[in-house]
Design a binder for this molecule. Sequence first.
Ligand code: GAR
Length: 205
Amino acid sequence: MLLKLGVLASGRGTNLQAIIDAIEAETLPAAIAVVISNHPGVPALGRAARHGAPTAIIERSAHPSHSAQHQAITDELVRCGVELVVLAGFDRVVGPEILRAFPYRIINIHPSLLPAFGGGLHAQADALGYGVKVAGCTVHFVTEDVDCGPIIAQACVPVLEDDTADTLAARILEQEHHILPMSIRLFAQGRLKVEGRRVRVLPPP
Ligand code: GAR
């Protein structure tokens, strides 16, 4: 059985593309039930369409409140039979409407080694500015505390002497494209067991 994914993406969509590539290579036992963007015309929607995945645009401006928008996103995810929600470059904090409907069934990719540099949209520049020597990315379950949910996977990269925020972000992004499909695969295989803050990765069946 293929795990039905709902992907929330706001922009470029390279992490969505990594998921699509893994599905098309048959290394990820999943199917994209819907890709939802909160902005029209973004590259992520084109990537979804080329893969043949259904898309929806659910904008803040079309709803009276953040809560109404996030209820509409929830309704669409439920309508599409989504089993796991993947935040792949979603630029908003998900509301309680989505969290309640998908407890421990929402994962997020963040471009830092959490708990460092969480909570924002410029984690790579923040890491460089802080002067860290190692940076990286994290996939975690999404809970009501932003970027604080139990960690599924992390990957690290060196910070080089001549790095800019862009070169560091590109090095981190390469790792994002590995650990996000890998985490979804582990979830699909039923190998993630949450024990408090820890996520245990069970051996393959
Ligand atoms: C990625 O680097 C992702 O980790 C980051 O946005 C980028 C989206 O790129 N997400 C966050 O910063 C969330 N706080 P993509 O659209 O090419 O996947």
